[in-house]
Design a protein around this ligand. Structure first.
Ligand SMILES: Nc1ncnc2c1ncn2[C@@H]1O[C@H](COP(=O)(O)OP(=O)(O)OP(=O)(O)O)[C@@H](O)[C@H]1O
Length: 929
């Protein structure tokens, strides 16, 4: 009965509320204190049913209602009061943070900066069917290894996880170390152990049961969101395969089956930090983004089937999260990093009977693991010399291992008897790593005291965390009330109160190079390594950028900090033609091996990390390099560059997710072209037919010629048809409206790109800087360098310019003009040609013959183009207004034979070194026909 009455009363209240609201909306005269009181009463009635348990919301609703009848003076007083309360809570929050940090650090100090855990894996269903006895038993800190029937060996660790330990249990011990990263510590977490003992399981886990890396990253974001300060996160992933560093976030090539890719190099910054040149780092703002990137990177790892593990990792996989938080003096560093490393499995090569590549991989892994053991052991025993340089692994991790960092090693062992020797080795290694603990093993009493202290500290940390959360909630409520009172927007984020990072800085979310390495991909990239600037020298020469930054209206940041608007753009370089000679080097050949030659995955069964005939470089763009909205290609990976400062924040916001999405999209697209065969990734795209390749190659050459004689800026034209087709496909996949703010056709995008982004888009590596030695006339060096012509084209260009002075002078002028009409036409025609029907390409007239004719123009006066370029343009727009007179005449076998002979003769002369005299030299002409 009561319930029915209550129900009727509630519905009546709701009816009268809706009437009241209608009257408020319709007739302002109803807005009286009496009305406000009645509405308040109704809401109070309702609150028991609707708002029960949510006092915060209720308070806010009442505030809203009560605020209606308030005078300005009352509102001001309330606002002041709330602001005071916020300030108090803010101070309280800071105090709590400090205490929490202190307690956590004390806790970690007691535990030791380098800690070693051990995890024993359970028997797998396929292994023993439940009959075999485990050789391992354990308690919370000790492992007992049964080495004979009645004999066991004991190993002690900071923590031991038994066979039934869950991923949560393991992570709960890792968590404090991850949290300390928010305080600016560098953190390094390793999974070490024999192959097949569960390293990847611990680090990566399974989709339904994630491991330490996903959990750690999730926790990191969670903690960062609860922190007072804003953090900027970036994500990178690489592997060390046979002593070479490979970026796992670089899109694989779908074109070539031969895997060639450069090895990244390691550099030391002036402050002793380690920087990896050209390593892609993607700004991330939430766990989901990282998860997707991580999944993607993991798929590109080098794995192979071995006797010990059907999906054995053949490399060390390193995942890095870089954290930046400015203006936080309590933090150890402004920028620090967390490395999570899934080491390659140690293996006894005699037992695994590995041979060939598997043997080499095993050796490389064992060597680097041994080097890692040496380093950690030296650090533990505080030796004056730490042998970092003995492997790439320790070089990369140099600044994250040591006294000012937190290191955690998880040693994995197998319960199988047949793995006893490996288990002894692994446990021995872990003991060596933990040597300092053993040397100064405390008495039991001391140890017990320490443990009590540690558990108290841990409890204190938890209690402080709870308080912190309460205070934060109160603060959010106050901010909301303040917003209601003042009518202002977006004050509900209490971070804004004490964030020192500018919005721009925090929002800019393009792929960056974590080290903000300046552009190596331009001219300097083509220089030999020893001629390239080092990170230190680049930093020195970047003072101008810093000055620029300092003049910007931003909160003070340390002068060494990079500009906020630094972002990266993609440059795809074809690695196909780069003559990489070096074979995979071992860990000990690191200083000399700069790149590696990947074999076909199908050859040796290794699933290489990336096809890497193309490798993508993140080119860092500085604010002053920003130009008009132009780069459509760049936009694909970094978001569009805004047209005006005022729109920038908005646009950056837009690109926030686009960056990750487009990056992932690109990756997905690449993956579609691969399929898995017997657990191994095999590239699915078929090799082109020989005839097609010939056609395409010669068409490219034809385009280059047209471009030279038509005076068109070159780099856009060196874009091969493959690149353009691929790029156009990509444009189609994206919503261009979303990307660029206006509907834009792929062709138009390409046009813009080609006009303005010449320096950053696919430069055919066949046009290598090293080939500039072919230039014969120094007057044209500059232009030739701009044009980056292949040798034969350079020769042709030089010869042509000598003979047809006027035309080619104009060519040069045009080549140096940033945007010319010819450019537009030319790009359109090329776009049409490349992006248009395939048929057109197939129909290209006998490309090989064409090429021979073109070559002829190199050496004979009468073969020089006599047609005026402008006229030619109308005759044959497809080649940008260029045609050769002898194209029509030159048909007979005799003629072809003559040309061939000429070519051979000229090649012979070049081979003899006569070219050093110069083509213009009489002697040279005398030798010609
Ligand atoms: N704690 C565990 N619980 C259940 N299954 C496990 C556990 N540890 C490992 N496994 C299983 O054992 C197998 C081998 O594990 P995993 O691939 O992680 O080994 P690994 O040490 O990374 O090997 P490698 O060094 O060769 O890459 C996998 O099938 C994995 O699911």
């Amino acid at each position: 009965m009561d319930e029915i009455y209550e129900g009727k009363k509630r519905s009546k209240s709701i009816r009268s509320l809706s009437k009241s609201i209608q009257s408020l909306v319709g007739f302002n005269k109803n807005l009286t204190p009496t009305w406000v009181d009645s509405v308040s009463r109704i809401i109070k009635d309702l609150s028991s049913a609707k708002l029960a348990g949510d006092s915060r919301k209720k308070g806010l609703v009442l505030d809203r209602v009560e605020n209606v009848g308030r005078s300005d003076a009352e509102t001001d007083a309330s606002v002041l009061k709330i602001r005071d309360e916020i300030a108090c809570l803010n101070a309280q929050l800071n105090q709590l943070n400090l205490e929490k940090r202190q307690a956590l650090n004390d806790f970690l100090d007691l535990k030791g900066n380098i800690r070693v855990f051990c995890r024993t894996r359970p028997f797998l269903p396929r292994e023993n069917g439940g009959y075999e006895r485990s050789v391992l038993t354990s308690d919370s800190t000790n492992v007992f290894l049964r080495i004979a029937e009645n004999k066991s060996k004991q190993y002690s660790f900071d923590k031991v996880f038994h066979q039934q330990s869950t991923q949560e249990e393991v992570f709960s011990e890792i968590e404090p170390v991850i949290k300390s990263a928010l305080d600016g510590y560098n953190v390094c977490i390793f999974a070490y152990g024999q192959t097949g003992t569960g390293k990847t399981y611990t680090m990566e886990g399974r989709p339904d049961n994630p491991g330490a890396v996903p959990r750690g990253i999730e926790k990191l974001f969670e903690q960062a969101s609860e922190s007072n300060f804003r953090f900027l996160f970036s994500f990178s992933m690489l592997e060390i395969y046979m002593g070479n560093l490979r970026d796992l976030l670089v899109p694989r090539s779908k074109r070539l089956r031969v895997h060639k890719a450069p090895s990244l190099s390691i550099q030391t910054s002036p402050d002793g930090g380690i920087e990896i040149e050209k390593l892609v780092a993607i700004k991330v703002s939430n766990y989901e983004q990282v998860k997707r990137l991580y999944e993607l990177g993991s798929r590109f790892r080098s794995t192979a089937s071995t006797q010990a593990n059907s999906t054995s990792s053949r490399s060390h996989c390193l995942t890095r999260i870089t954290l930046t938080s400015l203006g936080v003096p309590e933090r150890r560093r402004e920028t620090n990093k967390i490395w999570m490393v899934d080491l390659g499995g140690s293996e006894r090569l005699l037992k695994t009977k590995a041979s060939g590549r598997r043997l080499e991989e095993g050796k490389a892994i064992n060597l680097s693991l041994s080097a890692l053991g040496d380093v950690i052991s030296a650090l533990q025993s505080k030796k004056p010399h730490v042998p970092y340089r003995n492997s790439k692994l320790t070089q990369v991790l140099r600044d994250s291992l040591g006294s000012d960092s937190k290191t955690l090693m998880l040693v994995h062992v197998s319960p199988k008897e047949e793995d006893l020797c490996e288990s002894i080795c692994s446990l021995g290694f872990a003991t060596r790593v933990r040597s300092i603990h053993l040397e100064s093993e405390e008495p039991t009493e001391e140890r017990a005291k320490k443990e009590v202290a540690m558990s108290e500290l841990l409890q204190k940390v938890k209690q402080l965390e709870n308080e912190h959360q309460h205070v934060r909630r109160d603060m959010e409520t106050l901010h909301e009330r303040l917003r209601i009172l003042t009518g202002s927007e977006s004050l509900n984020d209490c971070h804004l109160e004490f964030s020192y990072l500018s919005t721009e800085e925090l929002q800019s979310n393009g792929p960056i190079n974590a080290q903000n390495v300046p552009d190596f991909s331009g001219d300097s990239a083509s220089l030999p390594r020893y001629m390239r600037p080092t990170i230190s020298s680049q930093k020195k020469t970047d003072l101008d950028h810093q000055n620029f930054l300092n003049t910007r209206k931003k909160p003070p940041v340390p002068p060494k900090r990079r500009p906020a608007s630094v972002y990266a753009e993609s440059i795809t370089s074809r690695a196909k033609d780069v003559a990489w000679q070096s074979e995979c080097g071992s860990e000990h050949s690191i200083s000399t091996t700069s790149c590696m030659n990947w074999r076909n995955s199908t050859d040796d069964g290794t699933e290489c990390s990336q096809g890497a005939s193309d490798y993508e470089i993140k080119k860092v763009i500085f604010p002053e390099q920003e130009k008009s909205p132009r780069s459509m290609v760049t936009s694909l990976s970094q978001g569009s560059v805004s047209e005006s400062e005022s729109l920038q924040a908005e646009k950056i916001n837009e690109k926030k997710h686009l960056v990750i999405d487009s990056w992932l999209h690109l990756q997905m697209k690449e993956q579609i072209s691969a399929y898995t065969h017997q657990g191994k990734r095999v590239l699915a795209n078929p090799i082109e037919k020989r005839s097609d390749r010939c056609n395409k190659r010669n068409l490219e050459r034809k385009n280059d010629q047209a471009e030279m004689l038509g005076g068109v800026t070159t780099r856009k034209l060196t874009v091969s048809n493959k690149h353009v087709n691929e790029f156009t496909d990509e444009l189609k996949l994206y919503d261009t409206t979303e990307l660029f703010g206006e509907a834009m056709s792929p062709e138009k995008s390409l046009k813009n790109m080609a006009m303005d982004e010449r320096d950053s888009f696919s430069v055919d590596s066949s046009f290598d800087m090293t080939q500039t030695k072919y230039y014969m006339n120094k007057d044209y060096d500059q232009t030739a360098e701009k044009l980056k012509l292949s040798p034969e084209h350079q020769e042709e260009f030089t010869e042509s310019t000598t003979e047809v002075e006027v035309d080619n002078e104009s060519s040069i002028t045009q080549a140096q003009t940033p945007v010319s009409k010819e450019n537009t036409i030319s790009v359109e025609s090329y776009t049409q040609e490349f992006c248009g029907s395939q048929k057109k390409m197939e129909d290209a007239e006998e490309p090989c013959l064409y090429f021979r004719r073109a070559r002829r123009t190199l050496f004979t006066d009468n073969d020089l183009p006599t047609t005026d370029h402008k006229n030619a343009a109308t005759e044959n727009p497809a080649v940008n207004g260029t045609s050769f007179k002898d194209e029509e005449d030159c048909t007979g076998i005799h003629q072809q034979f003559r040309q061939t002979l000429q070519m051979l003769w000229a090649s012979a002369l070049l081979g003899l070194g006569i070219h050093s005299l110069g083509y213009g030299h009489d002697f040279f002409h005398g030798l010609m026909f």
